[in-house]
Design a protein around this ligand. Structure first.
Ligand code: 5CA
Ligand code: ZN
Length: 430
C-alpha cells in the first residue's frame, strides 16, 4: 500500500559512527547493522485508534535509528506492516457498526498524515496483511510442508515443539509465557491444543467475518505468521533488526521468529533465521497506565496537532526520554519541549547572523527542505551550531557517535534527530 511522503533529510558533512542498540535477545549493546545495507522490519499499526502518542514514540524511535544509520553511511531497507485484518479491528468495526475496510482505510490515512507531520521517514514498503495474503499463505504452506502445523476444528495451529529454540529470545519462564500469551491475543486454554502456547496460523472462516480461499480452506491468517511472512518475503530469511514495543516481545516477536526458524533454519553458519537483533521500545503511559486501545486512555497525535501543538515539539517531547524506558506523556513535558525548541531555534537564528569561516557547514545553504515538511513556527537563517547555550539535547535526541541510540549523556548537538529545527548542521568536533 502507499506509504507517505518523505521529509527531505539534509546531507551533513562528515560521517556519524556506527549506531549500537540493546538487543533484547542477548541483553547486550551491539552494532545494529551487519553490512552496508541495514535492514529493519518494524511491526506497524493495527488500524483503529491510531495514531496515539505511544505509537508515535515507537515509530519516532525507529526513525532515529534509521537516520543514524544513514548518517553512518548505511543504505537502509525498511519494511513495516499494517495489520489490516485481525480480531481487534473486526471487533471495533462491529462495535461501531462500521465496515472494517472503511475503518482501516480511514485510520491508515490518519496514520500516514501523522507520520508525515512528525517527519518520520516512510518505510520503503508499507505492507498490509490483506494485500500480502498470497505471501502469508505461501509461508503458512511451508510451515505445513515442514510438518509444523496441525488442525483443530478446521483451524491450523503451529506446533511450537517443531522449533527447538522456541522461547529463547524473550528469556521468560514458561508460566509467564502462558500468562502473556493469554493477555495478548493467544488462547492457551483451548481444549484440543497440543501445547497451550501453540499459536493460530490460519483461522477457518467464521460466520460474518472476512475470509479468503486458501489451501487450508476459507479463512484468514493469524497475527504472528503475518509478520513472519512479510518480513522474510521483503527482507530475506535473515535481516538486521526486528522492532516493536515491549508489548510485542512475547508472544508476537518470538512466535514470528519461531515460524521463520522452522521455515528457513534455526542454526547454521549465518545463525538462526529471522532478525539478528531484537529492538524494543518502552511503553508510553498516561497517568501511570500504559496508553492502550483497550484501556481507551489515548492521546492522539492528530488531536494534539489540531490543538495547535508544533509537531517538532511533539517529536522533541518524545525524544526527551530514553526510548527503552516506560514513561508518561504529560502536558508539562510537551510545554518543556516547546520552550526548548524555541531556545534552539532562537540560537540558530542568532548563529545565522554571524558569517562562518569559508567552507564551514551551513544549514539553509545547499540543504533543501520540503516546502511543508513538518510545521514548526520558529524561523532561523543559515547558521552553524545548532545548540542553544547551555542546552543539552534529550536522551534520545541523538544517535550513533559510538553511543547506543537513546543512550544518555550527550555532549553534542542533534544531527540525526530529525527535528526540523532549521539548524541541523553537523557540530564540529574538536
Ligand atoms: N499490528 C501490530 C504489530 S504487527 C500492533 O501491535 N499494532 S498496534 O497498533 O497495537 O501497535 C503498533 C506499534 O506501537 C507496536 O510496535 C506497539 O508495540 C507500539 N505501541 C502500542 N502501544 C504503545 C504504547 N503505549 N507506547 C509505546 N508503543 C506502543
Ligand atoms: Zn508484527
Amino acid at each position: 500500500m502507499d506509504s507517505w511522503r518523505a521529509a527531505v533529510v539534509p546531507a551533513l558533512p562528515g560521517q556519524g559512527t556506527e549506531p549500537r542498540i540493546h538487543d533484547t535477545a542477548t541483553g547486550q549493546l551491539v552494532p545494529a547493522a551487519s553490512g552496508r545495507t541495514a535492514t529493519i522490519y518494524a511491526c506497524g499499526i493495527t488500524p483503529y485508534d491510531a495514531t496515539h502518542i505511544g505509537h508515535a514514540a515507537t515509530f519516532v524511535s525507529w526513525d532515529l535509528l534509521i537516520r543514524a544509520w544513514r548518517d553512518a553511511g548505511h543504505d537502509v531497507r525498511y519494511v513495516q506492516n499494517v495489520t489490516d485484518v485481525d480480531d481487534p479491528l473486526l471487533e471495533r468495526a462491529d462495535r461501531d457498526g462500521e465496515d472494517w475496510r472503511e475503518l482501516a482505510a480511514r485510520e491508515i490515512a490518519r496514520y500516514r498524515s501523522d507520520m508525515a507531520a512528525l517527519r518520520v521517514l516512510p518505510p520503503d514498503a508499507l505492507v498490509g496483511a490483506v494485500e500480502a495474503l498470497p505471501v502469508i499463505e505461501r509461508f503458512a504452506g511451508q510451515l505445513a510442508d515442514r510438518g509444523a502445523l496441525y488442525e483443530l476444528e478446521g483451524d491450523q495451529y503451529f506446533a511450537r515443539s517443531a522449533d527447538a529454540a522456541f522461547g529463547t529470545m524473550p528469556r521468560l519462564d514458561p508460566d509467564t509465557m502462558v500468562e502473556l500469551f493469554a493477555e495478548r491475543g493467544g488462547d492457551p486454554g483451548r481444549p484440543g491444543k497440543k501445547d497451550p502456547l501453540d499459536p493460530l496460523v490460519w483461522l477457518a472462516a467464521r460466520p460474518g467475518e472476512p475470509h479468503w480461499p486458501s489451501q487450508f480452506g476459507p479463512g484468514r491468517p493469524g497475527w504472528h505468521v503475518e509478520c513472519a511472512a512479510i518480513a522474510t518475503d521483503y527482507l530475506g530469511a535473515r535481516f538486521d533488526v526486528q522492532a516493536g514495543g515491549t508489548d510485542l516481545i512475547f508472544p508476537h516477536h518470538e512466535m514470528s521468529a519461531s515460524h521463520a526458524r522452522v521455515v528457513y533454519g534455526g542454526s547454521g553458519p549465518d545463525g538462526p533465521a529471522f532478525a539478528r537483533r531484537y529492538l524494543h521500545a518502552g511503553m508510553i503511559r498516561l497517568d501511570g497506565e500504559k496508553m492502550s486501545k483497550s484501556l481507551g486512555n489515548l492521546v492522539f497525535v492528530s488531536a494534539l496537532l489540531a490543538q495547535g501543538a508544533d509537531p517538532m515539539a511533539v517529536r522533541l517531547a518524545l525524544l526527551a526520554g530514553h526510548y527503552r524506558a516506560d514513561r508518561d506523556w504529560t502536558a508539562a513535558g510537551l510545554a518543556a519541549a516547546e520552550s526548548r525548541l524555541a531556545r534552539w531555534r532562537a540560537a540558530v537564528a542568532r548563529a545565522g547572523a554571524i558569517p562562518g569561516p569559508p567552507g564551514s557547514a551551513r544549514v539553509g545553504r545547499g540543504t533543501p527542505r520540503s516546502p511543508r515538511s513538518g510545521g514548526g513556527r520558529g524561523r532561523a537563517g543559515a547558521g552553524g551550531r545548532a545548540r542553544a547555550a547551555g542546552e543539552r539535547p534529550g536522551h534520545a535526541g541523538c544517535a550513533g557517535r559510538g553511543r547506543s541510540v537513546g543512550g544518555g549523556n550527550h555532549r553534542h548537538s542533534h544531527p540525526a534527530s530529525g527535528l526540523d529545527g532549521r539548524g541541523g548542521a553537523r557540530p564540529r568536533h574538536g
